[in-house]
Design a protein around this ligand. Structure first.
Ligand SMILES: *Cc1c(COP(=O)(O)O)cnc(C)c1O
Length: 467
């Protein structure tokens, strides 16, 4: 069988990203062969509703012929040329212009990269370079947040706040520190604090860190508008206004990592617009090309751009594929289609509110401790119905639920015991109904199997066999 052949070759030769190699070799991979709309298909004939849009990126859905044509035409015209050595090409220039038109008014420049991680490497170098050129070379510290995700290169890893990642491949880049995340549920819904108070406390933690390090040593604060990989964490309403107040008191750059929230996910072109923030830098990637080809970049505000341009001399940084013509042509077409089809407005006014309404119905399920969504990103917190708190970690509730989802024909990702969705922005109402119905079935099945696992764990015979 074809599937077995692929699995064997995969096992023999392919090391997957973010994967326990040995465990995967024992289980075998799912071979995804084709896709259309919001559905992927695997080599065993399953049709699976992709409620993660690949990895938060296939915003226009699969099988868009216009994007294929844009790529093909550009491959014929000019498959590659670089943007080094005083050269460029029409796709890079046109994409730069289109992006700056969509970005907040004070952002008029873009530096292209091949990915979100490279965008954050660029951020790190650009931020420190900016302050050096401003005559403040001590401003090097970057404040990020615990449980943030900013990519997997060394700079991305260091800026990110994921403890398990920090444990591998260090030492990390110096002078990066992390403050608490505005994750009310995940931080245990601290007693006596409503989400509003909690959000303001998290903003106060940022200010305390600035004071501890000394404003004269702090270069920037970096954050995702809504944390994605950390668990689709939508901060309390009070958080961003309070952070804005803090930042207004200090001369520190604001970097909003828009790799997930950019391009319509929250119902605005950028998450910063939803929260009315005016960042100095915005790393972008993922939805920029709807994932059809790898491309990322950093949108640069006027303050930073002017210093880099006027005082900078050569910026010794860039990638072979910075602004790759074929990737840029596809990204440009992707933005044109999003505009022509009113995709962002639809998320804000129609399909986002519809998802919120349908998704919220899952709150009644005994396994669900919290439901949240904003635009087309959402999460469910799994809890033990017996206690109302988290399940024992050894039960692996989140992973179990994710695996059951796959069996039922739904891609829903688990982050610990948080189930998350980030479907293509073009998902229809009927497909959302299907998504929610599959999620409900998955919760039922998960509950049934968890009860069995708990009973097995509690039964004395099992205890004996363990010891
Ligand atoms: C995915 C992601 C990145 C990294 O992007 P890659 O293209 O995987 O390198 C950075 N920041 C955020 C917020 C992301 O979600």
């Amino acid at each position: 069988m074809q599937t077995q052949a692929y699995r064997q070759l995969d096992r023999d030769h392919h090391l997957h990203p973010f994967t326990d190699f040995k465990a995967l070799a024992e289980e075998g991979s799912r071979i995804v062969t084709h896709a259309e709309g919001v559905y992927i298909h695997d080599s065993e004939g399953h049709r699976i509703l992709d409620a993660m849009a690949g990895l938060w990126c296939v915003n226009l859905g699969y099988g868009r012929e216009e994007l294929v044509e844009a790529a093909t035409a550009q491959l014929r015209e000019l498959p590659y040329y670089n943007n080094f050595f005083k050269s460029t090409h029409p796709p890079a220039v046109k994409l730069a212009e289109a992006l700056c038109r969509l970005a907040p008014a004070h952002m008029n420049r873009v530096f292209f990269t091949g990915s979100g991680s490279e965008a954050n490497d660029t951020v790190l170098r650009m931020v420190r370079r900016f302050w050096a050129l401003e005559g403040k070379p001590d401003k090097q510290w970057i404040i990020a947040r615990e449980n943030a995700y900013h990519g997997s290169t060394v700079a991305g890893l260091s800026l990110g706040g994921m403890a398990p990642m920090h444990g591998q491949g260090g030492p990390l880049v110096p002078k990066i520190t992390h403050v608490r995340q505005p994750y009310w549920f995940g931080e245990g819904r601290p007693a006596g604090q409503d989400p509003g108070t909690f959000g303001r406390e998290c903003a106060a933690a940022l200010e305390a860190k600035i004071l501890e390090l000394g404003e004269e040593n702090v270069a920037a604060f970096i954050a995702e508008p809504v944390q994605g990989a950390g668990g689709a964490i939508i901060p309390p309403e009070s958080y961003w206004p309070a952070v804005k107040e803090v930042l207004a008191r200090y001369d520190i750059l604001l970097v909003m990592d828009e790799v997930i929230c950019g391009f319509g996910r929250l119902g605005e072109w950028f998450g910063s617009m939803h929260y009315d923030l005016a960042p100095d830098l915005m790393p972008i990637a993922k939805g920029l090309s709807s994932g059809y080809l790898p491309i990322g970049g950093v949108l640069v505000g006027d303050r930073v751009a002017e210093t880099l341009i006027e005082r900078g001399g050569e910026f010794f940084h860039g990638f072979t594929y910075s602004g790759h013509p074929v990737c840029a042509a596809v990204a440009l077409k992707n933005l044109e289609l999003m505009q022509a089809e009113g995709v962002v407005e639809r998320v804000r006014n129609d399909i986002g509110p519809y998802l919120a309404e349908r998704w919220a119905t899952l709150a009644e399920h005994p396994l669900v401790g919290e439901v949240r969504s904003l635009g087309l990103i959402g999460a469910l917190e799994l809890v033990d119905p017996d206690t109302g708190g988290r399940f024992d970690k050894s039960l692996g509730a989140g992973t179990l639920c994710r695996d059951i989802c796959f069996e039922l024909g739904l891609v829903m990702r688990s982050v610990g015991d948080t189930m998350i969705i980030s479907p293509p922005l073009v998902i229809s109402r009927a497909e959302i109904d299907e998504l929610v119905s599959l999620a409900r079935q998955a919760l039922d099945d998960t509950e049934r199997r968890l009860v069995a696992r708990k009973q097995a764990a509690e039964s004395p015979s099992r205890e004996e066999s363990r010891s």
